[in-house]
Design a protein around this ligand. Structure first.
Ligand code: NI
Length: 156
């Protein structure tokens, strides 16, 4: 298990623009494995590389209840969005808090997988929300920038 330290809001690295991945290397494979380990340990549904201090355009996600839908997206590009959903959102980099964010209901995203093969996914609901939230991290954007309600503690 490679658990990495999750950077939290206030850390400048979360506000930087990440660089595209040009080749898959053993080091990047370890990073991806560690990102999954770190996300699952923290019980998150998504984690972007800058959240562990690496400015590469990579995120991992798993929105399934039984943790069986692991996805890694490299150099993602949002091709299309459709509809709207308004709901509660949180982030491992803003621990213990949530706020209301409106996002598209459906997203089509093109990305590379771990073997640097191009894949195009159309995802809805929570997975769409997750893709858009994680994609924002690659450009230094946090959900709190888009919150339509005060960012409050999870107990509230
Ligand atoms: Ni986040």
């Amino acid at each position: 298990m490679g658990i990495r330290k999750i950077r939290t809001e206030g850390d400048d690295i979360l506000r930087k623009t990440c660089k595209a991945v040009t080749e898959m290397t053993p080091r990047t494979r370890v990073l991806i494995r560690d990102m999954f380990d770190t996300m699952y340990r923290a019980e998150g549904v998504g984690l972007a590389a800058p959240q562990v201090g690496i400015l590469k355009r990579i995120f991992v996600m798993d929105c399934s209840a039984d943790r069986s839908l692991a996805r890694v997206l490299i150099n993602p590009e949002i091709l299309e969005t459709e509809g709207e959903q308004t709901g509660e959102e949180g982030c491992l980099s803003v621990p213990g808090k949530h706020a209301t964010v409106t996002r598209p209901m459906k997203v089509t995203v093109r990305a590379l997988n771990e073997d640097m093969e191009e894949v195009t996914l159309t995802l809805e609901g929570l997975e769409a929300r997750c893709v858009l939230h994680e994609n924002d991290h690659l450009d230094g954007i946090l959900y709190i920038d888009k919150a339509e309600s005060p960012v409050v503690d999870n107990e509230e």
